[in-house]
Every structure is written in C-alpha cells, then in structure tokens.
Design a protein around this ligand. Structure first.
Ligand SMILES: [Zn+2]
Length: 383
C-alpha cells in the first residue's frame, strides 16, 4: 500500500461502540418505547418573553442549582411552538401534596417518552407558588407545568438521542470515548478522531497484509500511546511459526510492550514497527521515537512507569479471541478498536469480556474501523 492511499480520508466505515449485553438490551427497550428512561419530575414554566431567558436562567440557577447528578440537564428547552424553562425539582413534599390532589406525576408514561409530560393545564400551577423569593426576576414566565427529565446522564450517543427527545441534555462523552460520539459542538472533533483512528488502523492493516504476504495469517495489532499518539508496538499473528500456538497478533503486540519494559515471554518476535517506520513516521504527527529512547524513558520513569498497556489503545484488524481479550484486559488497555468481527470473538460476537462486571478491569471497545478492508484478510479459522 502506498503512503498516499494510507492517508486518505475515506469515511465509508462507521465506528460502533460495543456495549454490554445489558446496556444493549436497555437501549433497545428505550428506543422502542417499551420502557421509559429513568426520570425525575420537575416544575417548569413557559417563557413568554424571550428577552428574559438569560435573567431567568441566572436567577433560577442561583436559587435552585441542579444537583451533581442532574448537571446533564439543560435549563431551557426550545421547541417550535414555545420555550420552556425548568424551575426546580418536584420535592417529596410536593409529591405528597400532588398525590393528595389526585395528580399523577408519572402520567406521561402512558404517552411514551417522546410525548413526555408536556402541559398539565388542569393543575393550574402558579409560578409564584412554586418559586418563592425571586421577585421581579420571574418576569417573562407563563404557565407552569410538570415535566419529567432524564435523571442520569446518557451513557452513549444512542442513549443521548432518546434522552434528547424527552428534555435537552448535555452529553459529555468520557475522555476515552470522544472518538465518534458527536454532539452539537463535537462534529469537527469527531471527524478528526475518525481520521486518527483510521490512520492507526491502517498501520495494523498494513502489518496484517505484510504478514499474509509472508505466508502467515493476515492479522495485525498496533499499540498506540493515547496521550502522545505514538505507535508503541506492532504485532502480527505468528501462530504459523513452530512453537507459537499462542502467538496471536494481540499477544505478540502485548509481549513487545512487555519487552520494552524489561519483561516479555517470547524471543525472536518480528519487529514490524522497524519495518514500516517510514510510513508510521510520515503519518504520525510526532513521529515514532526510537525504541532505545523509550527504553531510556522507562528507565528514568521507573517508579511511575505505566503498568504494561495502561493508557494505551490497541488497534486490531479482527475481533480478538478469548485469550487475546483476557491478555488485553490483564494489560490494562484503555480502549480497543477492531475492524471486523470474528467467529467466537470475545469483544462483541460471542463474549463481551471488556464489560464483564466480574472482572477487575474494564475498557472501551469499538468495532467497524475499516471493516471492509479488514474482512478479506480473514481466513476462516481465527478463533
Ligand atoms: Zn487471539
């Protein structure tokens, strides 16, 4: 593969988060409307004077700041027909009073989350009864009503879409998941991330192709330091080598990292990184530091050197098997990106080890990176 094709900006592939079985089921239930997301009731009011939005937001935020759990909730909702603002949460005392008045706070469940509790005009709430002590700061407010808002932040982009149909919420992807999780402000960042991820996967792909051209299986794995963006190791499947039944690409890559840190179990592993250094140097913003430098750095930072792959991402052309997935887990990787699914794969297809509650380390997994390019390299007996 030539250098210029490696840097291309093709975006035909999609980055897909691999969630736990439970999260996926939950998400399907939210999307289909079978169950409502977790909700908290709030008093809200229509904004009749748009000019007052800023003042109203400020004074309500001062008097009724959202608790830490509700920081994802936006104060104001804009719809084509009206603007509305959250006044304050419905307290347990309010709930008792409302129940005494035969008002069912959760009646919106009957309407499905998309129609969640808009107006409840029969209640005739007075804003001044709900919000006390704000005085003239409450100018511009109209009819009050009760609305339910998502009581926890969305955990992923798909959930965020469901949440947003109920009440506007901010979505802060975890630092390691900024990747493709687009939000209003994040489209450009997401596109940049996609390029970066694609670029790293192309290194794995190239290694896999090189390996295949040498008569070995076409599987490649690349370890990247998330912070610096540097390629730290490249492994390819070496199971064809005599005495190497365990030498899947991920195992090789992890062992190369261990060797750089003074450990490792296998001698004579191919140093693919050296072989394609020119390409990697060209595409990596910072280039790749010579291995010797890294060794020196580790020596200097001996006391606070990372434990194996802590803070590292792994790019692998095919979904890892159980052995590799456990090795990645024990190495404390932060994120794994893979191209195409493998039969019996342990990070999505057959198992989802990365989110098992019974294991002591969890990491993020995304599939689908350059999937069409990775799939033809499968030879059918990968496990
Ligand atoms: Zn494996």
């Amino acid at each position: 593969m030539s250098a210029h094709t490696c840097g291309r900006t093709s975006s035909s592939w999609k980055l897909l988060p691999v969630l736990s079985w439970e999260e996926e089921e939950e998400l399907k239930a939210y999307e289909s409307g079978r169950i409502a997301p977790p909700l908290s009731p709030f008093f809200a009011a229509v904004i009749t004077d748009k000019k007052q939005i800023s003042t109203l937001s400020k004074s309500l935020s001062m008097k009724y700041p959202f608790s830490a759990e509700l920081r994802h909730v936006k104060r104001v909702r804009a719809r084509a027909s009206h603007l509305a603002i959250l006044l304050r949460p419905v307290s347990p005392e309010d709930q008792v009073n409302l129940l005494n008045g035969n008002i069912d706070l959760y009646r919106q469940k009957d309407d499905g989350p998309k129609e969640a509790a808009d107006f409840t005009p029969e209640m005739n709430f007075q804003v001044t009864e709900i919000v006390q002590g704000c005085g003239s700061d409450l100018r511009g407010l109209g009819e009050a009503f009760i609305v339910s808002v998502p009581s926890r932040a969305a955990k992923n982009q798909k959930e965020q879409q469901v949440w947003g149909s109920i009440w506007p919420c901010t979505y802060h992807a975890k630092p390691k998941t900024i990747t493709m999780e687009e939000d209003v402000h994040g489209a450009a960042r997401a596109e940049q991330e996609k390029l970066r991820i694609g670029r790293n996967m192309r290194v794995a792909l190239e290694a896999a192709q090189l390996n295949q051209s040498r008569g070995q299986k076409g599987v490649g794995a690349v370890v990247v330091d998330q912070e610096s963006g540097k390629v730290m190791a490249i492994g390819t499947d070496q199971t064809g080598v005599s005495g190497g039944p365990l030498l899947h690409a991920c195992m090789v890559a992890i062992d190369l990292i261990a060797q750089k840190q003074g450990g490792g179990a296998y001698d004579g592993l191919p140093r693919i990184l050296e072989g394609i250094r020119e390409r990697v140097d060209e595409e990596s913003e910072n280039g790749v530091k010579p291995i010797e430098d890294e060794r020196e750095k580790r020596k200097r930072l001996k006391d606070d050197a990372p434990y194996l792959c802590t803070g590292y991402e792994v790019y692998v052309t095919h979904e890892p098997c159980v052995m590799c997935a456990m090795a990645l887990l024990h190495s404390r990787v932060s994120c794994v990106y893979y191209g195409c699914s493998s039969p019996g794969g342990a990070l999505g297809t057959y198992y989802r080890l990365h989110c098992s509650p019974r294991l002591n380390h969890k990491f993020l997994v995304y599939r689908g990176v350059l999937e069409d390019e990775c799939r033809p390299l499968l030879c059918g007996d990968e496990i």
